[in-house]
Design a protein around this ligand. Structure first.
Ligand code: NAP
Length: 276
């Protein structure tokens, strides 16, 4: 039996195995973590036969996972997506992406309550971030390439939480009014490392810029924001903190954040090396 694992498709590029194995080693725990390539059509059968202590769930299964859970955490229920399953007492679904995002901001010293955030992207990750920021009483502006999606998201947040999210169609106009900009799109991700959604001239020094893309660690967005004097937070923090929260749920442990982060950084640096 494998104790823990990640399910989704594709999963070969995932950092989860490396990160969790580093955590188990640091904690002196003899657990195993496997990667299981599961597509949506195979999900039901996989869950019927699942024999694990815990699972992480990634694209494209996070929304589908909701219907296989006996119980959901508050975040998973409101957001409508599960990325961590605990099997101690039937399948209980959590959304540690959203918690990990907030914890990574806290670690970086970024206040949330009452602050204004502009979130770029209303896909899987952007949705979770917008919902969680609304739960944490931030003021949220949502931008999406397809504007319909940010309007739908704002309506859903109002329906479920009674909190107003402002959909915006112009990054340039909105960025002036916010304390924190969050990129929750894949723009700038390897191999398209020269892409960015934000003109460098728009960064003002009072702005904090968060990019949840972690490959490369320093995206063009992060580099240019930093050059303009902004505080920046890279995507490794969210990745490590969502994993740490999963470990807390599964094993009731304080995760070894330093070892987990180092394992991810080492792996990302290896990936960045040209093949010999
Ligand atoms: P997704 O569900 O596919 O959503 C993608 C979002 O990005 C959509 O809002 C899409 O807009 C937008 N988008 C895509 N290409 C764009 C472009 N060229 N210009 C403008 N907008 C564009 O993906 P996801 O799961 O949300 O993931 C987004 C990124 O976050 C990925 O790079 C992923 O690796 C990263 N991520 C990081 C962590 C972490 O722990 N650090 C966790 C989760 C995800 P449309 O709706 O208009 O298509």
């Amino acid at each position: 039996m494998t104790d823990f694992g990640l399910i989704g498709h594709p999963i070969s590029h995932s950092m989860s195995k490396i990160m969790h194995e580093a955590a188990f080693k640091e904690l002196g725990l003899d657990y195993t973590y496997g990667l299981f390539d599961v597509r949506e059509g195979e999900f039901r059968l996989f869950m019927e036969n699942a024999d694990f202590r815990g699972l992480n769930v990634t694209i494209p299964l996070k929304i589908a996972a909701v219907k296989y859970m006996r119980e959901l955490s508050h975040e998973a229920r409101v957001i409508g997506a599960v990325n961590t399953i605990d099997f101690k007492d039937g399948a209980v679904g959590y959304n540690t992406d959203s918690v990990g995002f907030i914890n990574s901001l806290e670690e970086a010293g970024v206040d949330v309550k009452g602050r204004a955030f502009l979130v770029l992207g209303a896909g899987g990750a952007g949705r979770g971030i917008v919902f969680k920021l609304a739960m944490e009483k931030a003021r949220v502006y949502s931008f999406n390439r397809d504007p319909e999606k940010s309007h739908l998201l704002a309506n859903e947040v109002m329906e479920k939480l009674g909190v107003k999210v402002q959909p915006v169609s112009d990054i340039k106009a909105a960025i002036r009014d916010v304390d924190v900009l969050v990129n929750a799109t894949p723009v700038g991700m390897h191999p398209n490392v020269n892409e960015t959604l934000v003109d460098k001239q728009l960064f003002h020094p009072a702005l904090t810029v968060v990019d949840i893309v972690y490959n490369p660690i320093e995206t063009r967005l992060i580099r240019e924001a930093s050059e303009r004097g902004c505080r920046t937070v890279d995507g490794v923090g969210m990745l490590v903190h969502q994993g740490a929260e999963a470990l807390r749920i599964w094993l009731d442990v304080n995760a070894p954040l330093k070892a987990m982060r180092q394992a991810v950084l080492d792996n990302l640096r290896d990936l960045a090396q040209p093949p010999v």
